[in-house]
Write a protein that binds this ligand. Structure first.
Ligand SMILES: [Fe+2]
Length: 349
């Protein structure tokens, strides 16, 4: 990039975000002006590196975060069709996830199962978690696609993907199952079934109303997407998020990466729960993924994908006020477990 009042450098190892830090001048307004004036270079940097980390700027709340995000991408959106419970902080900024702190959030590109997933995603550390926990790891899914075993890749490409998600009805009691999804009126922000069905049509979900006013969403997706600007292919789907083996598959790797009694304990619970879930019909689980024809994906293939993803995982500790801009076509994100305070906000375009 051209001469700037900022330090701009690619991070190590390869595949990590570009980092922009103040070289003296940390004024947020001037950063925003600079981002707009150098928009072409900023967009190119984001596409090439997959993510940009803004560090050391005075981002003090959701308003500052939204302002900075808008200087990278003007067109913020606020319709969310994912599975995390989220609270709004402004019209466009949300708490990233209200899921319990021990929950694993595996790597995924935001709403990849929608017909129109976000192109950009932004996170901000409003309250950074304690060092060594609660990071939002990133992974370059272009590299994952390149590194997949050809046999595994072929089976996924030929098989395609079908996802089932079961959302509770408005008045349904909490089932106590930690994989139970939030009630559908929370997801769609309406109680009107016709509006829900219209959104489903637009995003390519098949809505099935089931007993007790619950909602089952069935969707299909290819395993990869080509980048709209560069044509590069990336692994781009939700199979290692929605599949019944997800919690165990993730926690095995979390417990290896960061050994602790707590992680071993959660892994044990996840194994017990998985056994119970595998005994229930696939259509009735909170979430599950199969090939398009409904046949099961081999566990070894899913483990291979997890291994490749973890090999390319970039784990950067959060610092207060960090903002990361992510190209959602090529870079995935997730969350590692944590304890204590942690407030990460999200917005997207
Ligand atoms: Fe996400």
């Amino acid at each position: 990039m051209a001469e700037t009042p900022y330090r701009i450098q690619p991070r190590q190892p390869e595949g990590a975000p570009l980092i922009i830090e103040p070289a003296g001048d940390d004024d947020l307004g001037r950063l925003c002006d600079w981002l707009r004036e150098n928009s072409g270079q900023v967009q190119d940097g984001l596409t090439l590196h997959g993510a940009i980390l803004f560090r050391g700027f005075p981002v003090e709340g959701p308003g500052d975060f939204e302002r900075l995000a808008r200087c990278v991408d003007e067109e913020l959106k606020n319709e969310y069709l994912g599975t995390s419970p989220r609270d709004a902080l402004t019209d466009y900024v949300f708490n990233a996830s209200e899921l319990p702190d021990y929950f694993p959030i595996p790597q995924h590109c935001e709403m990849s199962f929608c017909a129109n997933p976000p192109r950009r995603l932004f996170f901000c550390a409003l309250e950074a978690p304690a060092e060594g926990s609660g990071e939002t790891p990133l992974c370059d899914f272009r590299r994952v696609w390149q590194d997949l075993d050809p046999g595994v890749k072929k089976r996924f490409e030929e098989g395609g993907l079908r996802h089932v998600r079961n959302y509770a009805g408005p008045g349904q009691p909490d089932s106590g199952d930690p994989t139970q999804l939030k009630p559908w009126p929370e997801l769609f922000q309406t109680h009107d079934r016709a509006v829900v069905e219209e959104t489903c049509r637009r995003e390519g979900f098949e809505p099935i109303w089931v007993e007790g006013d619950a909602l089952r969403l069935v969707s299909t997706q290819p395993v990869s997407r080509d980048h709209p600007r560069t044509g590069e292919t990336a692994w781009h789907n939700h199979v290692t998020t929605f599949h019944v083996g997800t919690a165990v598959g993730e926690y095995e790797r979390i417990a290896r990466f960061r050994p602790s009694e707590r992680h071993q304990g959660v892994l044990g619970m996840a194994r017990t729960l998985q056994e119970r879930l595998r005994a229930t019909p696939p259509e009735e689980r909170g979430m599950h993924s199969t090939y398009l024809d409904g046949s099961e994906i081999p566990d070894e293939d899913l483990d291979h994908v997890r291994d490749v993803v973890w090999r390319h995982l970039i784990v950067e500790p959060w610092r207060q006020g960090d903002v990361v801009a992510i190209d959602n076509h090529s870079m995935s994100h997730g969350r590692l477990p944590y304890e204590g305070p942690r407030r990460i906000a999200v917005c997207w375009a």
